[in-house]
Design a protein around this ligand. Structure first.
Ligand code: FMN
Length: 188
């Protein structure tokens, strides 16, 4: 049985809603244990005991939420030093207002998180462009839930985007289940 930990930060519930969709998507793969936690609650044991991690953040001034970065710099630092996450599986998602209609920095936000996970030696699961509703909730890096319209009025994350999150989480879970216990990269 694969264990997946869904981690998120946020203030207004958009990323949290996506995190719960990720939890549902992972649970759709039979026999998966899924834990959901806010970034500030996560411990290094949560990371080490997981076969896969799914991390979501709101876009904050073109980058990840500070609580996500704090978790990376504190909880993940020792795991990085000791190569404890090598070969485990990861996927990311983000929620943003979409300022400027060009993504509002969401791509840099994705790349920032994925860069940290590459440092951790983790296997990154992308979002294939033939995923259903990709055009309404996805980029190659992962699901993107836009929470505002062109005039920046709050709309919330669309149901289509939430469906994309579920599919992405299922993909991460399937990869994690196949690689579980294989330790294809040396740990430690
Ligand atoms: C401090 C702050 C900075 C933000 N910066 C951006 C930004 O650079 N680009 C963007 O598209 N949205 C930006 N937003 C909007 C949020 O990303 C968006 O409302 C998101 O859906 C909030 O997620 P949450 O409900 O989980 O907090 C910002 C919001 C805050 C509070």
């Amino acid at each position: 049985m694969a264990k997946i930990t869904v981690i998120y930060a946020g203030d207004y519930g958009n990323t949290e809603k996506m995190a719960h969709a990720a939890k549902e998507g992972a649970q759709n793969i039979e026999g998966t244990e899924v834990v959901i936690k806010q970034a500030e609650e996560v411990t290094s044991e949560d990371f080490e005991s997981s076969d896969g991690v799914i991390l979501g953040t709101p876009v904050h001034m073109g980058g990840p939420d500070w609580r996500v970065k704090k978790m990376i710099d504190t909880v993940c630092a020792g795991l990085w030093m000791q190569n404890r996450m090598n070969g485990k599986v990861v996927g990311v998602f983000a929620s943003g207002g979409g300022f400027g209609n060009g993504g509002g920095g969401v791509e840099l936000t994705f790349v920032s998180m994925l860069n940290n996970f590459a440092e951790l030696g983790m296997i990154i699961v992308p979002l294939p462009k033939n995923t259903e509703n990709y055009e309404k909730g996805g980029l190659q890096w992962g699901p993107y839930g836009r929470s505002a319209d062109e005039s920046m009025a709050h709309t919330g994350v669309s149901d289509e985007a939430l469906e994309v999150v579920k599919r992405h989480a299922a993909n991460v879970t399937k990869v994690a289940a196949r690689l579980k216990d294989q330790e294809i990269f040396t740990r430690g």
